[in-house]
Design a protein around this ligand. Structure first.
Ligand code: ZN
Length: 353
């Protein structure tokens, strides 16, 4: 990390992403990004990152993860007032442009990270992506930004092993199915379960070459910071070290925040520092500088903007060397301990704990 510039993180924020408007009463509103963009201008973090421009992904790139017909369907929404794709997923006149630039924003971040000049990247974009499937818009998502980022890292940057960590409240069904048969991408998700979108049970572990490379941690409501710390310590860390990824891509969903209107978790801002520090620590030991976050959900505007700021600050300042004995010493709830031991049992055929 000696060559790190004082601006440690590469960020993409662009007014274009405010123009995706899924309707005046939709909870996934442009206001979500406005509060984040206002927050990252504040003096405690504005010197920690450099802002770069996005670019539109092209059709050939979108085809890595989506069908031709589906891409054309989304393209046809361009310029129209409002088009509905599923019960909660809509596009407005500028949504196509925002969506292809959200994907291209991920690509531009990865291009910067591959130069080893930064500790991490963060694409502060919308629409979100992890529910988008091969030919289906779902859960506010049009194109699967993080899945396409993984394809880009493999197809264009020579990566062979991608670790995707999805800490959004919801399971990333789209991302899981994209790589369900592949060992080139290890998908790790913590999520409220049973809950939308319905996938992410302990039975879903990958298939064929991908068996053991989908790791789902389904969790009841009420998950706290110390629960997450123990899951990362006891499950994510050993798997990640053994997998030894070339890139770590993170679906960063802030709907795990305690006051989120859609979620039942109780993660505080300190919980986001715990998550950031674990991920930063794992990246330092496996793929320094190749740690990339993309925004997914988060609907409490305070938790969302402060959550993003917390991650930028923790990684950008990099002051904490060691992790969270305090949180680890707090006992996780009984149900979390049960889940941890069940996950270890299921995955002991594939990973050492
Ligand atoms: Zn979510």
């Amino acid at each position: 990390m000696e060559n790190c510039s004082p601006k440690n993180i590469v960020v993409i924020s662009d007014p274009l992403f405010l123009k995706h408007n899924p309707g005046p009463t939709h909870i996934e509103s442009p206001r979500r990004l406005e509060v984040i963009y206002e927050r990252i201008e504040k003096p405690d973090i504005k010197d920690l990152y450099v802002n770069i421009a996005p670019r539109p992904a092209n059709i050939e790139e979108l085809l890595w993860n989506h069908s031709q017909d589906y891409i054309e369907t989304i393209a046809q929404s361009k310029g129209k007032d409002i088009v509905q794709f599923d019960p909660d997923t809509y596009a407005g006149a500028y949504s196509w442009d925002a969506a292809i630039n959200a994907v291209g924003a991920c690509f531009n971040c990865l291009d910067k990270l591959i130069t080893n000049q930064f500790r991490a990247g963060f694409a502060l974009v919308r629409p979100p992506g992890h529910h988008a499937e091969y030919s289906k818009a779902r859960g506010f998502c049009l194109f699967n930004n993080i899945a396409l980022a993984a394809h880009y890292a493999i197809n264009k940057l020579g990566a062979q092993r991608i670790l995707i960590v999805d800490f959004d409240l919801h399971h990333g069904n789209g991302t899981q199915w994209s790589f369900y048969n592949s060992s080139n991408v290890l998908y790790f998700s913590t999520h409220q379960f049973p809950y939308y979108p319905g996938t992410g049970s302990l039975d879903e572990i990958g298939e064929g070459e991908g068996e053991g490379f989908t790791v789902n941690i389904p969790l009841f409501r009420g998950v706290r910071d110390e629960d997450m710390a123990n899951i990362y310590e006891q499950i994510l860390m050993p798997i990640a070290y053994s997998y030894n990824p070339d890139f770590i891509l993170v679906s960063a969903g802030f709907d795990i925040y305690v006051d989120d209107p859609l979620g039942g978790f109780q993660i505080s801002l300190n919980g986001f520092s715990i998550i950031a520090n674990y991920l930063f620590d794992i990246s330092k030991h496996t793929c320094p500088g190749r740690l990339f976050f993309v925004l997914e959900g988060g609907y409490n505007l305070y938790g969302l903007s402060e959550g993003v700021a917390t991650i930028i600050k923790e990684i950008g300042l990099g002051q904490r060397d060691k992790i969270f004995d305090a949180e680890l010493s707090l006992s996780p709830s009984v149900s979390i301990l049960d889940t941890i031991s069940e996950v270890k049992k299921i995955y002991s055929n594939y990973w050492k704990f």
